[in-house]
Design a protein around this ligand. Structure first.
Ligand code: FAD
Length: 476
């Protein structure tokens, strides 16, 4: 029997459910074929997120090769691509870690239907998340819409263990048929050649080393430091979790194995709750499949969001005149990552200070973030826009200047990303437009020339945002 393992966003060889299940089912005479499907949509536009993903894929293929394992590539529309496996290579069973929402779920359905029609067995597993969308449910039935009770339940559930993969057996059963998958290999090489940005940390080995470093020290300070973008206070594991370079089980159990409970462990509990947010949003997106297109709260579906390309570009490029917002956008544009506190701030700015459609922001993040995850991103945007299931209340509008004063008090983060403001005195760093002409001269920064005036008046826009919500509520 030939069994095939389909790799998707689980690009690793350790603690990987689909690999283990295929090994468990395989007899000693069986063959195992490892493959990746290059979906036609992937070829269209290449953004930072693709750069990161395909560099991770390359690291994975290279790591596998070192272990004597060949990853094969199929390409194109599902029926044509998978026909190659079924008809030419007589694959009888396909194993993968399934998606529970969005594009991935639709693709999985299509593939499963094709394989079932072709009499191929399909085995799919929950692996991307600690608990799948349907695992954390209310005692009375139904799913949670609010995080706190969800988390209470999440904590109580038994956590799946780390699964050791027998690499020796895998390499004994794995086949090398790359000569027969030439077109797919060419398509893969072509994708890799399109990646332009370099990233310092990709793939499984980096993910593990990076996490050990975080567990050494930063996790103990996580509670205290995680809101300050100038400090390296968060784990930056999202890119690895997104590409599956490390499993969520490994992350969770390593915390318990490595943490010294005699030290300050407040941060540990908070960190684990953040991992649960990832599961929570996956669950929400599963039950609100339209959440990428429409407001989760029905009464807000008619909100008159506006869209103005020029204003949107100012936000996108970090030219709003609000230093913390500009620094954040530039950090994302350059590195593909943005600090969580700032994701909240810039999303709030777009929706409440510019009254612009959260969907446009969500889509821009989708292009730029190397950790882009539709469930978490849509969840985060609908949270900030006050249209989600457990959102920030619409009347609590973030004040970008206060956020800046609180979370970047010395302007260190601002100065790192907005060099025009490097000589601006601490007194004005959060509101440079308040500098007198003399101050501007001293700071080598003329407002309106070197750095923009604030594009809106926050106080006015706050009132307008609240009114917009109130009117909509009253109209219903
Ligand atoms: P840490 O603080 O170290 O957290 C550890 C892990 O917990 C993260 O890697 C992530 O997997 C998870 N996590 C933390 N906070 C959240 C959260 N609020 N929701 C879901 N999971 C969380 N996260 C993404 O992974 N992809 C996205 O596309 C994404 N888009 C977002 C958009 C907006 C508007 C907002 C407000 C948040 C978004 N987040 C997203 C959540 C969060 O900002 C990132 O997960 C976090 O900044 C990643 O950095 P880190 O790994 O250092 O996080």
């Amino acid at each position: 029997t030939t069994r095939a393992i389909w790799f998707r966003r689980d690009l690793r060889l350790n603690d990987q459910t689909a690999i283990n299940k295929a090994l468990e089912h395989a007899g000693d005479e069986d063959e195992i074929l490892l493959f990746f499907h290059i979906h036609p949509d992937l070829n269209e536009e290449f953004t930072a997120r693709h750069d990161y993903f395909f560099q991770t894929l390359k690291a994975f293929v290279d790591d596998a090769e070192e272990k004597g394992l060949v990853v094969h590539f199929i390409e194109g529309k599902i029926s044509a691509a998978f026909a190659q496996l079924v008809e030419k290579h007589q694959v009888e069973a396909v194993y993968y870690n399934r998606d529970e929402s969005g594009f991935g779920l639709k693709r999985d359905h299509e593939v499963k239907e094709y394989l079932n029609d072709s009499d191929v067995q399909v085995f799919s597993y929950i692996d991307h998340h600690m608990h799948g969308a349907k695992e954390v449910t209310k005692k009375t039935g139904g799913y949670y819409k609010v995080f706190t009770p969800y988390y209470k339940q999440w904590k109580q559930l038994q956590k799946p263990a780390v699964q050791k993969v027998d690499h020796e057996r895998l390499s004994q059963l794995a086949v090398d048929k790359n000569d027969e998958f030439e077109d797919g290999y060419k398509a893969y090489k072509n994708l890799i050649s399109k990646t332009t940005r370099e990233f310092d940390k990709v793939g499984e080995n980096n993910a593990l080393d990076h996490f050990y470093d975080f567990l050494d020290e930063a996790i103990y300070e996580y509670e205290k430091e995680r809101d300050f973008p100038a400090v390296d206070g968060t784990s930056r594991m999202s890119r690895f979790l997104r590409t599956g370079a490390i499993s969520i089980r490994t992350v969770y159990h390593l915390i318990h194995d490595q943490v010294d409970y005699r030290k300050n462990t407040e941060g540990v509990e908070t960190y684990i709750s953040e991992l649960a947010w990832r599961d929570f949003y996956n669950m929400i997106y599963h039950f609100y499949p339209n959440a990428g297109d429409e407001e989760m709260v029905e009464k807000y579906r008619g909100l008159p969001w506006n869209y103005d390309e020029d204003l949107f570009n100012q936000w996108k490029e970090g030219r709003t005149g609000f230093p913390i917002i500009d620094a954040a956008m530039r950090q994302m544009n350059e590195t593909g990552w943005m600090h969580n506190r700032l994701r909240m701030a810039v999303a709030s700015f777009l929706t409440k200070d510019l009254l612009m459609d959260w969907r446009a922001g969500e889509r821009y993040f989708a292009e730029q973030l190397i950790d882009y995850d539709p469930a978490s991103n849509i969840g985060g945007w609908q949270w900030a826009a006050s249209t989600g299931t457990d959102p920030v209340p619409y009347f609590r509008v973030f004040n970008p200047t206060r956020q800046s004063e609180r979370f970047d008090p010395h302007g260190r983060f601002i100065k790192e990303w907005v060099p025009e403001l490097i000589d601006v005195d601490k007194k004005y760093i959060h509101e440079p437009a308040k500098m007198s002409e003399k101050d501007q001269e001293q700071a080598n920064c003329v407002i309106g020339e070197d750095y923009p005036e604030p594009m809106v008046d926050h106080k006015t826009m706050r009132v307008r945002a609240i009114e917009m919500f109130k009117n909509e509520k009253e109209a219903k």
